[in-house]
Design a protein around this ligand. Structure first.
Ligand SMILES: [Zn+2]
Length: 518
């Protein structure tokens, strides 16, 4: 199972990469458009347009290939991670049912599913190369032809015509064409491909485990802001064989395996094994109702949570549109061959930039006032929401607490600039303080820390955390009043200093400790 919050952000990095590529292509197209310049003779112009569009095609093929190689690595790492995560969530459930699920490395069927999913998703991203290049080439030819016709007919001067052409090229930037003829923006197409690939693969891995473990029942995950068609089956238990008397048929009810159904297009739902009499339903009816009826408040009005997220997506899309406009006209300014053209392009750039700023501040206002931003930040920090996934199922609570502790440890490590090898203990390692001698010479005579042995005993007892370093030879105790370093081999308090002498990194570490209520 993969939690909805994880799936929400799973494609962020790859989408950011393709969004960057998208802007590059816009720039390529605009640069070529500017190059076709003022040619008075139609025949010469047509030859030039053909040459430019050929070069553009090659240029974009090279560019997209470079980006898909980059994304290939990201996708590979991502799939490795999701395989492990899917198993990590489900395994404790099997274990508590008295079963012994093998680790992923020992489950050949699941491995196969994972590899097939990876191959499919990267294959899809590779396939975007051709369609993107020809899509952009067509946009170029279309825009160049419009410009030529406008100049030819005498209806527009060159500057207006080229400006119109660039606008047309930028606005028609749906480079990706599906076999069905449907066209999409590059970022939209990648998000859908990655999210769907990840979700389907993880769920197939989970299903291969349910098969091996002979588990018939599964419970779907639930999240606020689910589309209405998915609300009807979220957070409920289903029977895979359809033979259960109490629980409805899994595929028939959820549409699992179909585009609009569970784990289909842009779906963030998933499911995990459920054992009658042992598992506790993770989502009580009241909570599901709450998810369905959740609203946000904006400028005095109430908006359904789902509608609010849709509104947010639309704003984000509009921002990306303005960004490509700004990028396109910026390139036009750079490629302009005369002052008049440059000035006109600069005007377009400025108005795109102003619009972008406005849109960004409206989005910020919206996400702040509705609380959507806060939620997003939380999700990004943890990768998933603790409160919710800890409810997922009782056995998962233990996994979650462990995970939360791991997160805090890493926060402490980075604040305290502790080496990777240092072992951080949120419950300080017990030690018999009576048996410790005290290196008075080093601590007070040499270092002037001005600390007594009684103080160090108290500081060890009151320590918030301890850290093992030097291959286990030293144990350092950190607390509000002071820090003590114990040499465990020599049973010696090697050094100690009060909190007034804490370096910045120790202060930062203490802040993390207190913030997390340790
Ligand atoms: Zn869904």
């Amino acid at each position: 199972m993969l939690p909805p919050e994880y799936l929400e952000h799973v494609s962020d990095d790859i989408v950011a990469l393709y969004s960057e590529l998208d802007q590059r292509i816009v720039r390529d197209v605009v640069r070529r458009l500017m190059k076709t310049g003022r040619v008075t003779d139609t025949a010469t112009w047509q030859i030039q347009r053909a040459q430019e569009s050929g070069m553009l095609y090659d240029e974009i093929i090279a560019e997209v290939t470079r980006y898909s190689n980059k994304s290939e690595q990201q996708v590979r790492a991502l799939f490795k991670d999701i395989g492990l995560k899917a198993v990590e969530y489900d395994s404790p459930i099997y274990t508590s049912a008295g079963l012994s699920p093998p680790p992923l490395s020992m489950a050949p069927a699941a491995q196969q599913v994972l590899n097939a999913g990876l191959a499919k998703t990267s294959g899809y991203l590779q396939n975007l190369t051709q369609t993107t290049a020809s899509g952009a080439q067509q946009a170029f030819i279309h825009a160049a032809t419009i410009a030529e016709m406008q100049v030819d007919s005498g209806a527009f001067d060159y500057v207006s015509a080229i400006r119109n052409a660039i606008r047309t090229a930028i606005e028609g930037g749906e480079w990706v064409t599906y076999p069905t003829g449907h066209r999409d923006r590059l970022d939209v197409a990648t998000r859908r491909a990655v999210l769907t690939g990840v979700n389907q693969t993880a769920s197939e891995v989970s299903l291969s485990y349910t098969d091996d473990m002979g588990c018939d029942l599964v419970e779907t995950t639930a999240h606020a802001g689910a589309r209405p068609e998915h609300q009807v089956w979220q957070g409920r238990v289903f029977s895979r064989s359809g033979k259960s008397k109490r629980h409805p048929d899994f595929v028939k009810s959820t549409g699992y395996g179909t585009g609009p159904g569970l784990c289909g297009w842009n779906c963030r739902h998933n499911f995990y094994p459920y054992f009658e009499g042992l598992s506790e339903s993770a989502y009580p009816k009241s909570e599901l109702k709450e998810y369905e009826n959740q609203t946000v408040t904006y400028n005095g009005g109430k908006i359904k949570y789902y509608d609010a997220t849709q509104k947010q997506r639309a704003m984000e899309r509009a921002i990306r549109d303005s960004k490509r406009q700004a990028a396109g006209f910026d390139e036009a300014v750079k490629s302009a061959k005369d002052e008049a053209t440059a000035t006109a392009m600069k005007q377009e750039f400025n108005s795109a930039a102003v619009k972008l700023k406005q849109q960004e501040s409206i989005l910020k206002d919206f996400t702040q006032k509705t609380g959507l931003e806060r939620q997003r930040n939380l999700e990004q920090v943890f990768g998933f929401s603790h409160s919710q996934s800890s409810k997922a199922i009782w056995v998962n609570k233990k996994v979650d607490i462990q995970r939360q502790r791991d997160i805090i440890k890493e926060e402490i490590r980075s604040a305290g600039k502790l080496p990777k090898a240092a072992k951080i203990h949120l419950t300080p390692t017990p030690i018999n303080t009576d048996s410790l001698s005290f290196d008075d010479k080093h601590i007070n005579a040499e270092r002037g820390h001005n600390v007594t042995q009684e103080q160090t005993t108290k500081w060890i007892r009151d320590a918030k955390i301890s850290v093992t370093v030097w291959n286990g030879q030293y144990e350092r105790y950190y607390g509000v009043e002071g820090a003590v370093y114990v040499d465990k081999i020599k049973s010696l308090v090697r050094t100690a200093y009060p909190s007034g002498q804490y370096e910045d990194n120790v202060k930062a570490m203490l802040e993390v400790i207190l913030k997390n209520g340790l």
